[in-house]
Design a protein around this ligand. Sequence first.
Ligand SMILES: *[C@@H]1O[C@H](CO)[C@@H](O)[C@H](O)[C@H]1NC(C)=O
Ligand SMILES: *[C@@H]1O[C@H](CO)[C@@H](O)[C@H](O)[C@H]1NC(C)=O
Length: 350
Amino acid sequence: MEDFLSQTPKINKYSNKKRLAAVAAIVVVVGALAVFYSWDSSIRNEQVLIDIELEKAEFDEFLDRFGKNYKDEEEYIKRFNIFRTNSAYIRVQNTMLTTWTMAINMFADMTHDEFASSYLGTKVNFKPRIETEFPKIKIPSSVDWRTSSKVTPVKNQGQCGSCWAFSAAAAIESAVAIKGKGLYSLSQQQLVDCSSSYGNGGCDGGWMNYAFDYVINKGLTKESNYPYTGVVGLCNTANESNSPTKISTYVNVKASDSTQLLNAIAITPVVVGVDATNWGYYSTGIISSSTCGTSVNHGVVVVGYNQSSKYYIVKNSWGTLWGESGYIKVKIESGAGACGIQLYPSYPVA
Ligand SMILES: *[C@@H]1O[C@H](CO)[C@@H](O)[C@H](O)[C@H]1NC(C)=O
Ligand SMILES: *[C@@H]1O[C@H](CO)[C@@H](O)[C@H](O)[C@H]1NC(C)=O
């Protein structure tokens, strides 16, 4: 016991020395680390602040460019955060896409669900299609109905699922112009307000052939007689019957066959249903089946093609700030085609 007791302080002395040294060493290391980390994290914090400042500048530029206004600060912050997510998504996608690119546009402050519910909107017609098959004929290597002034300027459906009305009206406008009756704009609002008994749902989607069925019976007045509001209203029968343009019928082009669709486009612009799920941030280039599905949810018009570069020229209804001045190029492929473009082609006969 004695020995042990008498030895204890010795050990303690020795170990205290050791402990002191260890503690001193730890203090030095921790201190150095603390200095290092506080320096590093202040740099990192600074970097985060710089990034947010850049994103905010990018967002403010976006707000100016697309004339956006939010009701309050809460909405501003909500939209800013959605915008940050979308702009990061666009940057990442652009490192992987090879034939087309995305860009920030008017949809960059919307979630994908908001975009899909406001800007897409076809109710696919599952009734059996009576199709027309074209004989093998020689068609031009490229067609662009815009160059002969047979296509009206690109329009904007706004936040209303009325793509079906815009594409149907656009195809009729072109058919009338090709027939030599002049190029003039027709009323989408009339279709939105007046064709629900034909199966259309106003701003909640519709189908181009239902619009054609309606126009065969009632005709379609000029846009100036029944201007677009972007919301469903009561059918104004006075405006509806104001010198309407009629079509005699429409033709369903044989589906899932690019030769047949090219044949039809050589005659007149053709309405098609497409899967536009990925189209929101399209900026330029040719979209193909590798980045586009075939679940048809949007109606557009094909106004030309280029066989040597293998693309269709497609007129959309999201305004001229979207895509290639309102247009998108879709690759000519076999079967259903890129974005399902060959699944439901049809055209009106003026
Ligand atoms: C639409 O019809 C109403 C009558 O219901 C008429 O007063 C109005 O001028 C017409 N609108 C246009 C743009 O022609
Ligand atoms: C079609 O594509 C080819 C090959 O890229 C190009 O040389 C030609 O100019 C295009 N035609 C038209 C009408 O744009």
